[in-house]
Design a protein around this ligand. Structure first.
Ligand code: AMP
Ligand code: MG
Length: 317
């Protein structure tokens, strides 16, 4: 396992590893991705194995431009509007798949394909250097806490991947918003920094996020238990006691162990800190014999909806 610094040579080296069917964790503005050449069956198989990801859960195919995306998917009107407005950026768009060299296992043999053009410049340069799309789920074990820093990726995956391309902490900290545009009426399959209100403001019809129960899931990633820390999470905890581990929202109470997601109650800052802080508090919990992590109530407006979505799944046992 190698940590590659972010430079012209570093990006070249990471692209060479990908071209040789290796697996590289790389930065995006949302979270760290675990990248494979999307044309390589061998590399894509490695991704599923490393993550312990069920083969029915498709990967997001990362592209460096809208033009590249159009080679792999059919963009209808709503997909075009959204790509124009939010790409490059934290929005994954599911469209009908075109016949291409993207290996079928990467899209779990579906008729659709999930495409994203990240705004992180390192990610885009890596794709351009490889000159092929990169299939990348989040760089973590399936169902476990997402990694938003090279340190957390290293701690969780160092024994199973070829390299980490170091791009510092992820700017946003939550996975992309996923919108399914493959049907006439689009639906939101996962919440992220781009809110359902923002999406609705640029489409002809109003769509509510279809955050479904286990039995109704459309996207395999909608499983109720997801993003799990080792420690139990207790949500909407208002009054932490001495000895507790507390993840707060707003000023952190005196003499209580833990961290605040945001001193100033800024939801975007809270989103950015969510997963790194859960990793930190998970380590603290382990050191304290595995006690639960209490989490303060988080407002549900704006990106708060996505934060609450992650927390509810992370607390599920
Ligand atoms: P991650 O594994 O964190 O990168 O998340 C990718 C998400 O996109 C998961 O929830 C996948 O199930 C979902 N996804 C990818 N491709 C498709 C697709 N063609 N149809 C529905 N959901 C998809
Ligand atoms: Mg994930």
């Amino acid at each position: 396992m190698k940590i590659i610094t972010n430079s012209v040579e570093g990006i070249k080296e990471a692209a060479e590893i990908l071209a040789g069917d290796g697996v590289v964790a790389f930065p995006t503005e949302t979270v760290y991705g675990l990248g494979a050449n999307a044309f390589s069956k061998e590399a894509v198989t490695k991704i599923y194995k490393i993550k312990g990801r069920p083969s029915f859960n498709p990967l997001i195919i990362h592209v460096d431009s809208y033009e590249m995306a159009r080679q792999y998917g059919v963009f209808n009107k709503s997909a075009n509007i959204l790509a124009q407005k939010y790409w490059p950026g934290p929005l994954t768009i599911i469209v009908k798949k075109r016949e291409s060299d993207v290996v079928v296992s990467a899209t779990a043999k579906l008729e659709t394909i999930a495409l994203r053009c990240p705004s992180n410049i390192i990610a885009r340069k890596l794709i351009t250097e490889l000159d092929k799309p990169i299939a990348a789920p989040s760089a973590n074990k399936s169902g476990k806490l997402t990694c938003t820093s090279p340190r957390d990726v290293f701690a969780k995956l160092k024994n199973s991947i070829d390299a980490i391309l170091d791009g510092g902490d992820a700017e946003l900290g939550l996975e992309s918003t996923v919108i399914d545009c493959s049907l006439e009426r689009p639906s939101i399959l996962r919440l992220g920094n781009i809110t359902s209100e923002e999406i609705n403001s640029c489409l002809d019809y109003s769509i509510a996020p279809s955050i479904k129960t286990e039995k109704q899931i459309k996207s395999p990633g909608q499983l109720l238990k997801h993003y799990s820390p080792e420690a139990d999470l207790i949500l909407n905890a208002n009054r932490p006691r001495q000895g507790d581990i507390f993840l707060s929202f707003g000023p952190h109470p005196k003499e209580i162990d833990g961290l605040t997601l945001t001193e100033s109650k800024n939801l975007v800052e809270a989103a950015k800190n969510l997963f790194t802080f859960l990793h930190k508090l998970d380590r603290l919990s382990k050191a304290k014999g595995g006690i639960p992590i209490k989490v303060a109530p988080i407002p549900t407006n704006g990106v708060g909806a996505a934060i609450n979505d992650r927390l509810i799944r992370a607390a599920e046992r």
